[in-house]
Design a protein around this ligand. Structure first.
Ligand code: ZN
Length: 425
């Protein structure tokens, strides 16, 4: 009898442990997403295609571009075909192309996606002097055809090229200038270094922001962003966070004198520059690789942060992983899961909502079984962590306002919790 019970207990334990090993993906994941060994990707041919009369030119010969083919139908309709890097893949069809004409003319552009339906509203960007950069001018309204999943829009073309893309174009080489422009880099307390190289050899940057003496104790806030290339609003939110953490005000100074920030704002530079829909150059969803670490980009974060476990002076305290989706939503770790410190996210999210009453946020707690960044932070360090998802249609004003106020309330919540920890110690 005793033996019999023992068997039952052992098998119960096995069953409850199994959920981690057998996690196969979220409801929106394609099959086999947690197998993160290298998969073959289809590289787009980089070229400039001329169609129709007067001529329309379309090019994907720049970083971040995605345009696989073009056809003209004689009625001023130009169809742009867009295919993902490999499949199966989530419905996140990124596109970006340059377009111009020999003469000023209207064109009707139809976006046609391979095995996907239209998602991102076209953003029109033009080359702006004296800034010497592509700047978003407007969003172009589309006619969506639900039967085919295509989207059609009209645009005025001229001999000067414009870029049309699913979200504003922010490639890996823009990171440095954007951080400089935002006043993050020109500070003695900010160090930007190459933490490692992506699969194709692009730098994976790590930013350290702190005024804690290297010989003093300091808790660590970790920030990860841009695992998924089209998720630009989440990426921009992470840059606004860095700007606030590096700001010249009393709160940010107190935070920097207490905390150490370690940020990886552009974790998938290959995917971003190759115009991928979701994966890295290994054809893998990086945010399913935080258990097996088959890809160099996830491994870089693990190898940079894991040594902190043995540090007497640095202690991992909280982590945020920035993404975008079709709503503002926080995915915290379930309140019932004991973390140390505990329920930071719950304290913080309450303040974000109080400070931004007009903005809608949703909260959906999860268990810790999936191989995503947040759960690695919990499993590796026992800390609380958050997947922070920004609405991919959020206005520039709301993005600025929410990100700034959220960064400020985060600093307050973390300082309060560190004080509590210090008292208990
Ligand atoms: Zn994402």
């Amino acid at each position: 009898m005793y033996k019999y019970f023992q068997v039952i207990i052992v098998s119960l334990i096995l069953v409850s442990c199994k959920s981690t090993e057998e996690f196969t993906g979220f409801s929106y994941d394609p099959p086999d997403v947690t197998n993160t060994t290298d998969k073959v990707i289809q590289e787009q041919a980089r070229r400039t295609i001329g169609v129709d009369s007067p001529k329309v030119w379309i090019s994907n010969e720049f970083d971040g571009a995605r345009m696989n083919d073009v056809y003209a139908y004689g009625d001023s309709t130009v169809e742009v075909f867009v295919a993902p890097e490999n499949g199966p893949i989530n419905n996140s069809p990124w596109y970006a192309f340059k377009i111009w004409s020999d003469t000023v003319r209207m064109a009707k552009i139809r976006l046609n996606y391979l095995d996907a339906t239209h998602r991102y509203l076209p953003k029109l960007q033009s080359w702006v002097q004296p800034d010497s950069m592509w700047k978003q001018q407007m969003e172009l309204p589309v006619q969506y055809d639900s039967a085919t999943g295509t989207a059609t829009f009209d645009v005025l073309l001229a001999p000067d090229p414009i870029i049309i893309s699913g979200q504003p174009l922010h490639t890996s080489s823009d990171l440095l200038s954007t951080l400089t422009h935002r006043g993050v880099l020109d500070n003695s307390f900010v160090e930007m270094k190459e933490a490692g190289k992506s699969k194709l050899g692009r730098p994976v940057w790590e930013l350290e922001i702190t005024e804690v003496d290297p010989n003093e104790k300091g808790p660590v806030l970790a920030i990860v962003s841009r695992q998924h290339p089209p998720e630009v609003t989440g990426y921009l939110a992470s840059l606004i966070f860095l700007e606030e953490l590096a700001a010249d005000n009393a709160l940010a100074r107190e935070f920097r004198e207490t905390f150490v920030v370690k940020a990886f704002p552009m974790l998938n530079p290959d995917g971003v520059d190759m115009g991928h829909w979701r994966h890295n150059a290994g054809g893998v969803d990086l945010n399913r690789d935080w258990e097996n670490f088959n890809q160099p980009e996830t491994r870089i974060v693990k190898e940079t942060l894991e040594p902190l476990k043995n540090s007497d002076l640095r202690r991992m305290f909280y982590a945020i992983d920035f993404h975008s989706t079709n709503e503002n939503i926080f995915y915290p770790i379930n309140e019932e899961v004991k973390t140390n410190p505990d329920n930071i996210t719950q304290q913080w999210v309450e303040r974000i909502q109080e400070d931004n009453e007009e903005v809608v946020f949703n909260i959906e707690p999860f268990d810790t079984s999936s191989p995503i960044a947040k759960n690695w932070f919990y499993h590796a360090f026992g800390i609380d962590a958050l997947t922070y998802e920004v609405d991919d249609q959020i206005s520039d004003e709301d993005l600025e306002q929410v990100s700034r106020s959220a960064a400020k309330s985060l600093m307050r919540v973390l300082l309060e919790n560190w004080d509590k920890t210090s008292v208990e110690n």
